[in-house]
Design a protein around this ligand. Structure first.
Ligand code: PLP
Length: 389
């Protein structure tokens, strides 16, 4: 069967290799510790679960509008107003089947074939592929570790061309756990807005920050920046609702309209029961989100302490739930971070994500979405492995 050029050009990811082998080892009875999983190990908020059950009992399970229910759009508007003081009308909100599809739909809406989207590296691996699938061209900017791997207005300016349509900012950042301060965001987004670029701001980890300064949403920076922004978020991380597949876009109405038309011919309406659950999660008191943030902060402190003790080099994360470790000193010709991750898995039964697919070979991403004793055990094993290399 003929498979399109577009799809055959998507490489098999290095993460998949680790994931498959980890599952095979676990199935054969090995005690595998996985730092790979990008989802919180917490239950969903009780009010969200109750709302889903009510929706099922009431038979509320048919299609909704392709862009989501009015009720959920209004809950998103109240959330954005309450959290960031950002005013949106429901006509600027689109509910999507996960935030990942929201990113893809936003790029499709903004770019013609050959248009460029700027992507700071390290980046979440899906961005590069969804940009290509949309027919656009990713322009990767390597962001130096000295600045916490974050983009600056100056770096951005040097990469803007006549074809640049948008930049993608992810804050807090997957895979580094870096968090942009208000000042840093003003610098990057001010530069983008001045050059009339659209800022696609993926804020899916927004509640998980451990800094003294509160999290800043791009849409709270200025009216001009808000007019240039497509905010993307969802229920997967901060409400632990990964399997419910509810994301959203907040944007100027013309973009929301274009995306809604696309959804009506691709995904159709997002899961109805999931939308009912999301309404109550957003209206809730946020106690589950706060409990997760507190626990992730403790785990962040723990994993950093363990890495310090072992002499492992890493970038101290201020948000999300990832530790980004530097293993370049252990690599040689033919033995890169992907090979190291597989070797570590074979010898110590610890699974980590090699960041070759995240625009940053030589680094591993460790997701600390597992209990503190398991984190300790996993870090002991990593330490033993690296010492013996
Ligand atoms: N954006 C980022 C930066 C992510 O890391 C992820 C998941 O890992 C997503 C979006 C996907 O979110 P969703 O589950 O809502 O599709």
């Amino acid at each position: 069967m003929h498979i399109s050029q577009r799809l055959t050009s998507i490489p098999v990811s290095a993460t998949l290799g680790v994931d498959r082998r980890a599952k095979a080892l676990a199935a054969s009875g090995a005690d595998v510790i996985s730092f790979c999983v990008g989802e919180p190990d917490f239950p969903i908020p009780a009010e969200a679960a109750a709302s889903a059950v009510n929706a099922v009992n009431a038979g509320n399970m048919k299609y909704t509008d392709a862009s989501g229910t009015r009720e959920l759009k209004e809950a998103v508007c109240s959330h954005l107003l309450g959290e960031y003081g950002a005013e949106y009308d429901p006509s600027g909100i689109v509910i999507t089947t996960g935030a990942k599809y929201a990113c893809y739909a936003a790029v499709c809406a903004l770019c013609d074939p050959g248009d460029e989207v700027i992507l700071p590296a390290p980046y979440w691996t899906s961005y590069v592929h969804l940009i290509r699938l949309a027919g656009a061209v990713p322009v990767v900017i390597e962001c130096p570790p000295e600045n916490g791997f974050k983009l600056t207005g100056e770096l951005l300016s040097g990469h803007i061309t006549d074809r640049t349509r948008a930049i993608i900012i992810n804050n807090p950042v997957n895979p580094t756990g870096s968090v942009y301060s208000r000042q840093e965001l003003l610098d990057v987004c001010g530069t983008a807005a001045d050059r009339d670029l659209t800022i696609i701001s993926d804020e899916i980890y927004s509640s998980f920050t451990f800094t003294d300064e509160p999290f800043t949403s791009v849409v709270s920076l200025s009216n001009d920046i808000k007019e240039h922004a497509v905010l993307i978020s969802g229920m997967s991380k901060c409400y632990a609702m990964t399997g419910w597949r509810i994301g959203y876009i907040a944007a100027p109405p013309e973009l929301a309209k274009a995306v809604s038309a696309m959804l009506s011919h691709t995904t159709g309406s997002p899961c109805t029961v999931g939308q009912a659950a999301a309404v109550e999660a957003l209206r809730g008191d946020g106690s589950m989100t706060k409990a997760m943030t507190d626990e992730f902060r403790l785990r962040r402190d723990l994993i950093c302490r363990l890495a310090d003790k072992a002499g492992i080099r890493y970038a101290r994360p201020d948000g999300a739930f990832y530790l980004f470790i530097d293993v370049r000193e252990h690599l040689k010709e033919g033995f890169g971070s992907a090979e190291l991750a597989l070797d570590l898995l074979e010898k110590e039964h610890v699974a980590c994500v090699p960041c070759d697919d995240f625009g940053c070979p030589g680094f591993l991403r460790l997701s600390y979405t597992l209990s503190r004793p398991r984190i300790e055990e996993g870090m002991d094993r990593i330490n033993r492995y690296l010492k013996e290399l």
